[in-house]
Design a protein around this ligand. Structure first.
Ligand code: PMP
Ligand code: GLN
Length: 394
C-alpha cells in the first residue's frame, strides 16, 4: 500500500454515504430519498443572473473574501432576519459551500490534540475535518426520539483541551431545532470555558415549528461564534457550492487564511446570483418553508401508513424513522445499514442509514433518514413502493 494511504487521520472515512447511496439509487433505478438535494432548481431569477455572468463576467478570480456585493448581501441578510450586524469588509467570508467553511474553521481553530465538541448524530464532514485537523472529536448524544440536549453529558464532554463547539441547528439528520433555552445553556458553557462556537446553520430557512435562533445572537456570543450558511440549501442550488460565514474579524481572517490554501476563491459568476438570492423578498423564504412543510407532512403520513415509526421533526428536510416494526413486518434486516442496502432491491427506494452519523453506533442502529426535498409525485411514488413490496409481488 502507498504509505500515504496509511494516514491514520484519513483512514476509515471512505466514500461519503451520500455519494454511495446516490450511486446505489442510480444503479438500481430506485427512488432516491437518500442524499439531501432538491430535485427542483432554485429561483429562475437567480439562475438568470448566473447565466448572464458566465457570458459577460465576472469570470476571473474574485477578491479573496468574496465579491463585495455578495458580502454586503450576506451582512444585510443577517441583519434582516436576526438583527445581527456584521461588517461586510472584515467580518464576512464567501466559501466553496458550507463544507469549506466547516473545514476551514477546523483547520484554523484546532491544533493537534485540541478537542471539538460535537452533538451526535452529526453531519459526516465534521468527523473527517476534525480528524484532518489532527483534533479530537468529543461527542454528546442527542438520543432519539426527542433528541433533547443532555446537559450532564454536555458538561462531561468539556475538558482542558476543549477548543470548539460544533453546533448544527436546524439539525441534519434529525431535523431537530435547538430551543432557545438549549442554546442559552450551550452559550453559557462556551463563555465559561472560552470556547469558539462554529454554528452550521445551513437549514436556517427551513424551520417548521419553533424558531431559528442563531447562537451568535445570544448575549456574549457574537465575539466567539462563526455562523455558516449555504446557497445550496437556502436557494436550492446545491451544485453551485457557494456558502458564507460571518464572524468577528479575527476569526474570519483565521478561516480565510485556511481557505487561501483550500480553494483560494470560488465561483465568481455565481456570487452575483447568490447576492440577488439573499435579497429576495420574504415571500420567497416563506414559500420555500411552507412548501417543505407540506412535503414533510406528506412523506411523514405516507411512511407512517407504510408501517414506519416516524420521529417528529421541526426543521431541515429530513425525516428519521425507527425501522424495526417495518423491517419485521416485511422480512428485512432491522439494522440500519443492512436495511438501507436491502431497501432498493426489496422496495425500490433509497434512504440513508442514520447509524453512520453516530459515534455511539448502537444509538443509531435502527434509525434511517429519508429526504423530503423532492417533487410531490416522487414522494408519492416512494410511498407507494414502500406500501407494496416488490418481493410480495413476485
Ligand atoms: N452542513 C450540513 C448540516 C449539511 O447538511 C450540508 C449538506 N449539504 C452541509 C453542511 C454542506 O453544505 P454545502 O453543500 O453548502 O457545502
Ligand atoms: N448534505 C447532504 C445530505 O445530508 C449531502 C451532501 C453531500 O452529499 N456531501 O444528504
Amino acid at each position: 500500500m502507498v504509505e500515504a494511504l496509511r494516514n491514520p487521520r484519513l483512514h476509515g472515512y471512505g466514500t461519503t454515504i451520500f455519494a454511495e447511496m446516490s450511486a446505489l439509487a442510480a444503479a438500481t433505478g430506485a427512488v432516491n430519498l437518500g442524499q439531501g438535494f432538491p430535485d427542483t432548481d432554485g429561483p429562475r431569477e437567480v439562475a438568470e443572473i448566473a447565466a448572464a455572468a458566465v457570458l459577460e463576467g465576472p469570470n476571473q478570480y474574485p477578491p479573496l473574501p468574496g465579491q463585495p456585493g455578495i458580502r454586503a448581501a450576506v451582512a444585510e441578510h443577517q441583519e434582516r432576519f436576526y438583527g445581527l450586524t456584521w461588517d461586510p469588509d472584515t467580518e464576512v467570508l464567501i466559501t466553496a459551500g458550507a463544507t469549506e467553511a466547516i473545514a476551514g474553521a477546523m483547520f484554523a481553530l484546532c491544533d493537534h490534540g485540541d478537542e471539538v465538541i460535537v452533538f451526535e448524530p452529526s453531519y459526516d464532514s465534521y468527523s473527517a475535518t476534525i480528524g484532518m485537523a489532527g483534533a479530537i472529536k468529543k461527542t454528546v448524544l442527542l438520543a432519539a426520539p426527542d433528541h433533547a440536549l443532555d446537559m450532564e453529558a454536555f458538561n462531561a464532554a468539556v475538558s482542558e483541551r476543549s477548543r470548539v463547539i460544533l453546533l448544527n441547528t436546524p439539525h441534519n439528520p434529525t431535523g431537530k431545532v435547538f430551543t432557545r433555552s438549549e442554546l442559552e445553556a450551550i452559550a453559557a458553557v462556551a463563555i465559561e470555558h472560552d470556547l469558539v462556537v462554529v454554528a452550521d446553520e445551513v437549514y436556517e430557512h427551513m424551520v417548521f415549528e419553533g424558531e431559528h435562533v442563531p447562537i451568535a445572537s445570544l448575549p456574549g456570543m457574537r465575539e466567539r461564534t462563526i455562523s455558516i450558511g449555504s446557497a445550496g440549501k437556502s436557494f436550492s442550488f446545491t451544485g453551485w457550492k457557494v456558502g458564507w460565514l460571518t464572524a468577528p474579524a479575527e476569526l474570519r481572517n483565521a478561516v480565510m487564511t485556511a481557505k487561501q490554501y483550500l480553494t483560494f476563491v470560488n465561483a465568481a459568476p455565481l456570487q452575483p446570483a447568490v447576492e440577488v438570492g439573499l435579497r429576495l423578498g420574504d415571500d420567497y423564504f416563506d414559500g420555500m418553508r411552507d412548501d417543505l412543510l407540506r412535503k414533510r407532512d406528506r412523506l411523514s403520513a405516507g411512511l407512517a401508513a407504510a408501517g414506519f415509526d416516524v420521529i417528529p421533526t421541526q426543521g431541515a428536510y429530513f425525516l428519521t424513522v425507527d425501522i424495526r416494526s417495518f423491517a419485521e413486518a416485511n422480512g428485512l434486516p432491522s439494522t440500519s445499514i443492512e436495511f438501507c442496502l436491502a431497501l432498493p432491491e426489496a422496495f425500490g427506494v433509497v434512504a440513508v442509514p442514520s447509524e453512520v452519523f453516530y459515534a455511539t453506533k448502537e444509538a443509531g442502529r435502527h434509525l434511517v433518514r429519508f429526504a423530503f426535498c423532492k417533487k410531490d409525485d416522487v414522494l408519492d411514488e416512494a410511498i407507494l413502493r414502500l406500501s407494496s413490496p416488490r418481493q410480495a409481488e413476485q
